[in-house]
Design a protein around this ligand. Structure first.
Ligand code: NAP
Ligand code: ZN
Length: 404
């Protein structure tokens, strides 16, 4: 998906690396090969002011292997980079897809360190950084770079970068060419352009999921101009779905949830939906035919969509953000044509829009419902997400021994 460039410096041999740090920290570094440090290398740890360094992370080394502790290499802090001391990282279902190599068009490079709902405290900044100072709190979502020059990047749609956005994990790093490694990690080095300002006083753990689940559901509401009193349906009540409900309710839209889990019906109402309907409730589905202006589907797998297309009003759109592999056929052309209905996709949102959703939520007290876990519990959390048993986002607490 992404290209990689060679116009980068690549570590401690470059002259002047030390001078790029405006506010330095003493980092432990070791001679490293590739993205992961061996135990011996990690143990060596000669302290240096700057240069690539090792960090503790959690990831896996094969599609079937569980996630466990790893030592990884982080790039040296460049002039435009900030070093984040990671405090919290949400668990998105995308993390599971990627760790398990479930996306046919985005094969996983191992070792894989997932995590793209990251909140961290700025521990050091490069000499050209203007947006952050040491001690600030920053957030990182699904992207850490893009070409910055194509028409989509110039229009603040870095997620649609024509040369391929650099994703927070499983992408070639534009600075080093190495595979990016995500936020299940104690430290991250990220270009300030891709770090989101977190407003003071925010509930940091409950803000982390806004960086993916929040923006991914906010962006289609903005694009399709969801307004008050319009009708929106949210298909699938998990991490993305529960944010979609909260964000749509904040716009005073009329929200209906479509769930496969009877146990979530009461939650849907508590989160702001007027109604929740089980997929198996054929009478309920029939009653709601031709009603919705917008449907947002967060279901992680392909499924027959025609029963949901039937729910769209004239000119309505079903936006699929969930299923990213081949979609099932079965859509009926006559129904789409007669109702001028659309099926669309959408991927996260740009950096400016991500800042917008963070500020929007901070101003309105909107946050995710989170269950905090320790890093050792990641594998159990994955099983619970896959089993539709998350209420409604797991967030890994990486604050142990740190000033949160
Ligand atoms: P999640 O927390 O697991 O929520 C998904 C929900 O969908 C489940 O809780 C469940 O809700 C329903 N569901 C799950 N499996 C189902 C199945 N086989 N059939 C029918 N319903 C099912 O996942 P998430 O983190 O919200 O992510 C959802 C999807 O969005 C993932 O595929 C993820 O990769 C993708 N994603 C896309 C973007 C993007 O930019 N486009 C960004 C982030 C994530 P009920 O119990 O209510 O039925
Ligand atoms: Zn995500």
């Amino acid at each position: 998906m992404s290209d990689s460039r060679n116009d980068h410096d690549n570590g401690p041999t470059m002259p002047g690396r030390r001078s790029v740090l405006k506010a330095g920290v003493v980092l432990a570094a070791a001679p490293l090969v590739g993205g992961v440090a061996s135990r011996a290398e990690a143990a060596a740890k000669p302290p240096v002011a700057n240069g690539p360094f090792t960090a503790r992370a959690y990831g896996n080394t094969s599609a079937t292997g569980p996630l466990g502790p790893l030592q990884i290499k982080r790039r040296a802090i460049g002039p435009n980079d900030v070093l984040l001391d990671v405090l919290y990282c949400g668990i998105c279902h995308s993390d599971i897809h990627q760790a398990r190599n479930e996306w046919s068009s985005l094969p996983t490079v191992y070792p894989c360190v997932p995590g793209h709902e990251i909140i961290g405290r700025v521990q050091a900044v490069g000499s050209a950084v203007t947006k952050f100072k040491v001690g600030d709190v920053g957030g990182v979502g699904c992207m850490v770079d893009s070409c910055g020059t194509c028409e989509n990047c110039l229009a603040d749609r870095e997620q649609n970068c024509l040369k391929g956005a650099t994703f927070t994990y499983n992408s070639p790093d534009r600075a080093t060419g190495e595979n990016t490694l995500g936020g299940y990690s104690e430290k991250m080095v990220v270009s300030e352009r891709f770090v989101i300002r977190i407003p003071p006083g925010a509930d940091l753990a409950a803000t982390a999921p806004l960086l993916c689940a929040g923006i991914t559901t906010f962006s289609p509401m903005q694009h399709w101009k969801l307004s008050s009193r319009q009708r929106v349906g949210v298909i699938g009540l998990g991490g993305l779905g529960h944010m979609a409900v909260k964000l749509a309710a904040a716009r005073k839209a009329e929200v209906t949830v479509f769930t496969t889990s009877p146990g979530k019906i009461a939650d849907a109402r508590r989160l702001g939906a007027q109604e929740a309907v089980l997929w198996t409730d054929t009478a309920g589905m029939k009653r709601l035919a031709n009603r919705f202006d917008l449907l947002i589907s967060t279901v992680p797998e392909s499924y027959p969509m025609q029963p949901f297309m039937d729910l769209l009003a004239l000119d309505g759109t079903l936006v699929n953000v969930g299923a990213l592999n081949q979609l099932e056929g079965g859509l009926i052309g006559m129904s789409m044509a007669f109702g001028r209905k659309s099926l669309a996709g959408s991927v996260i949102g740009g950096i400016a829009e991500t800042q917008e959703v963070i500020d929007y939520c901070a101003a309105r007290g909107i946050k995710a419902d989170v269950e905090l876990i320790r890093p050792e519990q990641i594998n159990q959390a994955y099983d619970r997400v896959v089993g539709k048993d998350v209420r409604y986002r797991f967030v890994i607490d990486l604050t142990t021994g740190k000033k949160a």
